[in-house]
Design a protein around this ligand. Structure first.
Ligand code: ABU
Length: 464
């Protein structure tokens, strides 16, 4: 192990130095990938020297997601305490299904879940679990909703046509999950949104009533706290009333921005969260924790047991179910995603997590102000969001984003809302400063000035 740890230290030290000079790794076209790097797997071993060199080349060529050059997806940055927790969980390699295999690590996970439930305002009946990402915690909510609506489904399979509701701006895991749990993609109702990307509550209610009249069984309403493109927050309280009236499970997919629960200033964005049946958020998005760390909590833990427990006498041999977390989780073998988040939380306290969230919103304000103060930009997103959506000089967003990527300048992506495509800048890297955000714009502007992007826009305009 010592040799491996020495190599680890050496490569990471060099990488961290190099990232300061080169925040974006050199782009490798897929056509060159297998000739530029030695990725081939061979019958015979290689020397330690060759192994270290090949590994270093691979690491140096990989996208750098913790730097001031990465704004592409809804994660980023590198928190040292969280990384320490992650590295130690890898060394320990516990599996989180039983107390026997994970010991005090079970307490680490339980304390995260308990504290989150307490913050929401739920009592001792509440609980939760961790799963490999937001798609999977959303899946768990749909399975619990399905099983809560029909006690027979767990054993007999679907006997009724169930329906789920989600906004047109919600995550793409919703239709996939409807297929996985037998409800079917065709039984997802996509409700339209207002101009800021929030679900249209009247349309939702009409759709539910229409389906009931037609003999269908509404089982789940999925709301989003931070839609993937605009970062919008669906209203909770009105929808909770509708769900209560019709006995429908209400889940909040807060994968992207549910972490606002940690901020006194921004938790109003999920006002009414205590009224829902389940709530998920990804600490690997807004909370600086390494991928992946997705948390789901439920108001009544009975539903976790009803949907996910199964006996296995080769596994559950000691201790009470309460300490054998496999009884409430999706997976069997389950890596320890809790320790890295706990290490961060333990070290900075809840107020430290609050600072992280508040800082990201402050960075977003800086970005929006920059756009509002510069005539070459058009802003398409709204306040109280860490997604800043804009276009620059009328150049197609996909052209700028792809060119920035291929010339190894910046990694930023594009999205669309109501037929308009735009660049989506996300400010979820809490290590970034306000200056880093201004630097993003100047880097992009310098790049555009030197590129032929403006010319190609002129050609496109002539053609049209
Ligand atoms: N849940 C991942 C979303 C990815 C993205 O919109 O960048």
């Amino acid at each position: 192990m010592k040799n491996a740890l020495d190599i680890f230290q050496k490569i990471t030290k060099e990488l961290l130095e190099d990232e300061k000079k080169h925040p974006v790794a050199e782009y490798i076209p897929t056509s060159d990938l297998f000739s530029r790097l030695d990725l081939e797997l061979t019958d015979n071993p290689i020397s330690d020297e060759a192994f270290e060199r090949i590994l270093r080349d691979l690491i140096f060529a990989s996208p750098r997601t913790a730097t001031t050059g990465f704004f592409n997806q809804l994660f980023g940055g590198r928190n040292s305490k969280a990384i320490l927790g992650e590295l130690l969980s890898v060394i320990l390699n516990n599996s989180m299904y039983t107390y026997k295999a994970a010991g005090p690590q079970i307490g680490v996970e339980k304390n995260i879940l308990r504290t989150v439930c307490n913050m929401i305002g739920w009592d001792e009946n509440s609980d939760g679990t961790l799963a490999p990402g937001g798609s999977m915690t959303n899946f768990m909510s749909m399975v619990m909703a399905r099983d809560a609506a029909s006690a027979a489904v767990r054993n007999k399979g679907l006997t009724e046509r169930m329906v789920v509701y989600s906004s047109k701006e919600s995550h793409y895991s919703i239709p996939k999950n409807a297929a996985f749990c037998g409800i079917g993609r065709d039984n997802v109702r996509y409700v339209s949104t207002d101009k800021e990307g929030r679900i249209n509550v009247q349309e939702l209610e009409s759709a539910i009533e229409n389906d009931i009249q037609n003999g269908l069984l509404p089982v789940l309403v999925n709301l989003t706290a931070g839609t993937t493109v605009l970062g919008a927050f669906d209203p909770i309280i009105l929808v909770a009333d509708i769900c209560k009236k019709h006995k429908i499970w209400l889940h909040i997919d807060g994968a992207y921005c549910g972490s606002v629960i940690f901020s006194k200033k921004y938790k109003h964005l999920v006002q009414g969260v205590e009224l829902v049946d389940s709530f998920s958020f990804n600490a690997h998005k807004m909370l600086s924790t390494p991928l992946s760390c997705s948390i789901i909590v439920v108001k009544n833990k009975k539903h976790l047991y009803d949907s996910f427990s199964n006996d296995a006498n080769y596994l559950y041999q000691t201790h009470h179910d309460e300490f054998n977390l496999g009884k409430t989780s999706l997976q069997c073998g389950r890596r320890n995603d809790a320790l890295k988040f706990w290490a961060l939380w333990k070290s900075v306290g809840t107020t430290g997590l609050e600072d992280i969230v508040d800082h990201q919103f402050a960075l977003a304000d800086t970005a929006r102000n920059y756009i509002r103060n510069h005539d070459d930009y058009t802003l398409y997103s709204y306040d109280n969001s860490v997604s800043i959506c804009f276009n620059y000089k009328g150049i197609p967003a996909r052209d700028i984003c792809t060119a920035l990527y291929e010339y190894s300048n910046l990694l930023v992506g594009y999205g669309s809302f109501r037929d308009t495509e735009f660049i989506r800048l996300v400010t979820v890297n809490a290590s970034n400063s306000h200056e880093d955000i201004r630097h993003f714009f100047s880097t992009m502007e310098d790049f555009v000035a030197k590129s032929d992007l403006l010319q190609s826009r002129a050609v496109q305009e002539q053609v049209h």
